[in-house]
Unconditional design. Structure first.
Length: 363
């Protein structure tokens, strides 16, 4: 069920998302320079904060929306945070060379190495992706059996459930393929459940769309031979979580002790200004605070596609590429979110309550 803040944001988001330069909006606090005024309202997220003189009047964010103040925050382009590219074979990166496995939580621990048991906070990935982060060990709500929690785009290859990018039972490697994980020695488990990811536009597979494409391309190619027209279908569905779980091949292949943080002490709802931390494959343990709740944000997926995510938590920057899937916790080590996207200026997380409900799991 959407949070109360998300329902308010939903009422007004279409008006704001139509504005040039706007990538999202959420419920937060108005800032005066670097100072938190304590006044809550609607935060509008933009790629770049521009002077009003450089904007057309129709693209200026109004001072108030729905009777509440607005604030404008620059976040850049928000994207998924899996590792950016598969590392190739060669003299510098020999296939299967691997990394030194670490066992502690100090600064010398290589989170990209092989761990058994594997703690949350280390490299993991579907056999056909690069690498992300093992976020947490959760339990099936009915049976209590352990599962590994991370993102769909880390464990299920950004699948919408019908595109063949991933199937239940697919092998999951720890470390992920980008970190030299191999099918021969590094299978930690198999994909058990995932929530489909829906892009804002999709390539339709119906015969009518393909026929229209073919007909329209005939005159186009006569005029501009190097160009081709594609027919796309808009998808207005919101994504609420980017999440999946894996059944470990053996229960003793995982531990619920988050590397550098400790064990999860239940769940909590995020609040604006809440201090949070995460433990991730790339940047380790980092700390920040919650900037906005109930946010709707346009997120860049692999391949240049955009997806719309609703009822999200926005924080100060916590993560780098490869940190996708990290669990976000408050100062009492209670889970509040599942990190999946971000930029140099902000991080984006699913509400952990929505994740657990969608996957039918618990802590």
């Amino acid at each position: 069920m959407p949070s109360e803040r998300a329902r308010f944001v939903h009422q007004h988001r279409d008006r704001l998302l139509r504005l040039a330069n706007v990538v999202g909006c959420g419920w937060g606090r108005k800032r005066a320079g670097q100072r938190d005024t304590g006044r809550e309202g609607l935060v509008v997220f933009v790629r770049e904060k521009l002077p009003v003189s450089q904007l057309q009047s129709k693209d200026v964010v109004p001072r108030q929306v729905g009777g509440v103040e607005t604030d404008v925050l620059e976040v850049g382009d928000v994207r998924l945070l899996a590792s950016p590219a598969r590392r190739g074979s060669g003299p510098d990166h020999p296939e299967g060379a691997g990394h030194r496995a670490g066992t502690g939580s100090g600064p010398d621990v290589d989170r990209r190495g092989r761990f058994r048991p594997a703690p949350p906070g280390v490299s993991i990935g579907h056999v056909d992706v690069t690498a992300g982060t093992l976020g947490a060990v959760v339990r099936d709500a009915a049976t209590g059996e352990p599962y590994i929690l991370s993102n769909n785009h880390v464990l299920a290859n950004q699948s919408d459930g019908s595109d063949g990018r991933a199937r239940i039972g697919d092998a999951i490697l720890q470390p992920g393929p980008f970190d030299d994980g191999t099918m021969e020695r590094d299978v930690i488990g198999h994909l058990a459940r995932f929530v489909p990811m829906r892009p804002a536009v999709v390539v339709p597979g119906c015969r009518l769309a393909r026929t229209m494409e073919a007909l329209l391309n005939v005159p186009l190619r006569l005029a501009w031979p190097r160009y081709e027209l594609r027919v796309l279908r808009r998808c207005d569905d919101d994504n609420v979580v980017d999440a999946a779980v894996v059944k470990p091949a053996r229960a003793d292949f995982v531990t619920d002790h988050i590397l550098g943080v400790g064990r999860v002490q239940g769940m909590a709802e995020a609040e604006v200004g809440m201090k949070v931390c995460k433990s991730g494959r790339t940047s380790g343990v980092t700390r920040g605070e919650v900037v906005a709740l109930g946010a709707t944000m346009h997120v860049g997926l692999a391949g240049g596609v955009i997806a719309r995510f609703a009822d999200q938590i926005v924080t100060t920057p916590l993560a780098e590429p490869g940190d996708s899937g990290s669990l976000v916790l408050d100062q009492r080590r209670r889970a509040v979110g599942l990190l999946f996207a971000g930029s140099e200026k902000a991080s984006l997380c699913n509400r952990i309550q929505a994740v657990c409900e969608a996957l039918d799991v618990r802590f």
